[in-house]
Design a protein around this ligand. Sequence first.
Ligand SMILES: NC(=O)c1ccc[n+]([C@@H]2O[C@H](COP(=O)([O-])OP(=O)(O)OC[C@H]3O[C@@H](n4cnc5c(N)ncnc54)[C@H](OP(=O)(O)O)[C@@H]3O)[C@@H](O)[C@H]2O)c1
Length: 340
Amino acid sequence: MADIANIYVASDKRYEKMKYYHVGRSGLKFPAMSLGFWHNFGSNANQDNMRALMRTAFDHGVTQFDLANNYGPVYGSAELNVGRILSEDFMPYRDELIITTKAGYDMWDGPYGDGGSKKYLIASCDQSLKRLQLEYVDIFYHHRMDPETPIEETMEALAQIVRSGKALYAGISNYDKESTEKALAIAKEIHLPLIVNQRKYSLFERAIEDDGVKDFCYENGMGIIAFCPLAQGLLTDRYLQGIPVDSRIARDGRFLHESDLSEARLAEIKALNDLAHERGQTLAEMALSWILHDHRVCSVLTGASRPSQILDNCKFIANTEFSEEELDRIETICGRKSAK
Ligand SMILES: NC(=O)c1ccc[n+]([C@@H]2O[C@H](COP(=O)([O-])OP(=O)(O)OC[C@H]3O[C@@H](n4cnc5c(N)ncnc54)[C@H](OP(=O)(O)O)[C@@H]3O)[C@@H](O)[C@H]2O)c1
């Protein structure tokens, strides 16, 4: 239980600095910066830190919290931890929050705990709601494409979840252009509010530009939210002087490795860091600003291991404008354009 002397009252200034953007052509708005719980919310995470992260985010207008059934470790533990903190701290603010979860990767043993079948998605949504102690989530996502399941079945499962009131909207994640196009066509036919595609996107990860999904979503009224916008911390000043012992590379090692910090990558990070300072921003701020600069992505889905990172990252919202020359320099540094 929450310490009675420490009952959370959200800051009355929480909406002063954050900006909110429509998710595609839907009526829903996302905060320019959202917070995800892929890391730092597992069964071995520090309880006080998790609470502080959520409070700090909401106090600064970060109204969207993102989860998936298997965030941990162990699978399910991030939803359990967040569910407890939501019930203790955030129930007076439930209608001010977008809570999202997903299913699509492996979650439980046997043939029904992975993929895109109706059997898996309906059961997983029910399990997530129990762990989160919620009656509904705002968005339920199919987490990845499943070539073994007809996409019609997956969309029908999302529609059933929405119709039954367990989610208000549906989303897809990691869907390429071809599958996004198919999913959207089916969604229109069956009146499914499929409003968003959650894709990895950063200065270092351009697949959504290359596979055409960024333009397709924009032109067809579907929102895009960019995950890992800081390339898991590489696009910050975290690794400029080596690998700190408390960093994701040193502490976690599941998805970000020392080998990701090659000499060539470090040189790019340093050049981007110089440009950020010329703009009067930190590298993290510039990396986040850049994602929103052309108004085709509606939110950056960040992670944080400590509250101060949320406070630092929020500052990007003050400047998301780039000159043509700055954009050119970025493309050159990132190897997307040859130097003049
Ligand atoms: N749909 C999908 O398949 C999918 C996949 C992956 C992620 N996601 C979503 O995206 C969310 C974010 O992913 P992510 O955590 O990889 O995002 P990220 O924002 O790219 O990286 C966050 C990490 O960078 C470091 N960091 C953040 N701000 C910093 C700052 N100002 N200075 C220095 N270091 C800073 C921290 O790591 P340290 O530990 O080093 O401090 C932090 O945990 C996830 O929680 C999840 O919701 C979705």
